[in-house]
Design a protein around this ligand. Structure first.
Ligand SMILES: [Zn+2]
Length: 76
C-alpha cells in the first residue's frame, strides 16, 4: 500500500503531518483529516518537520510487515 503525508491544521498553519494511505483522509494514528488538506509525497518524510510520532511508528510497522510478512501489533 502506498502512503502519503497529510496536514493537520491549527487555524491556518500546518500543525502536524500525519501519514495516510494514498487518497485517504484517515491517518494511521486514527485522526480524521480534512479531505482537502495539503499532502506531500511519503519520500519527503525525512525532510518534514512536525511529523506525527504515532503515525511514524505505525508506518514503520506496516513497512516491516510488508517486507518480512510478519503479523501482529507493530507497536510491540
Ligand atoms: Zn498521526
Amino acid at each position: 500500500m502506498t502512503h502519503e503525508l497529510k496536514a493537520e491544521y491549527e487555524f491556518r498553519a500546518v500543525r502536524t503531518w500525519h501519514i495516510v494511505p494514498e487518497g485517504d483522509s484517515w491517518s494511521l494514528c486514527g485522526s480524521p483529516l480534512a479531505p482537502a488538506a495539503r499532502t506531500r509525497p511519503i519520500d519527503e518524510m525525512p525532510h518534514t518537520g512536525g511529523l506525527c510520532r504515532r503515525c511514524q511508528m505505525l508506518h514503520r510497522g506496516v513497512r516491516r510487515r510488508e517486507k518480512y510478512g510478519l503479523g501482529g501489533d507493530p507497536l510491540v
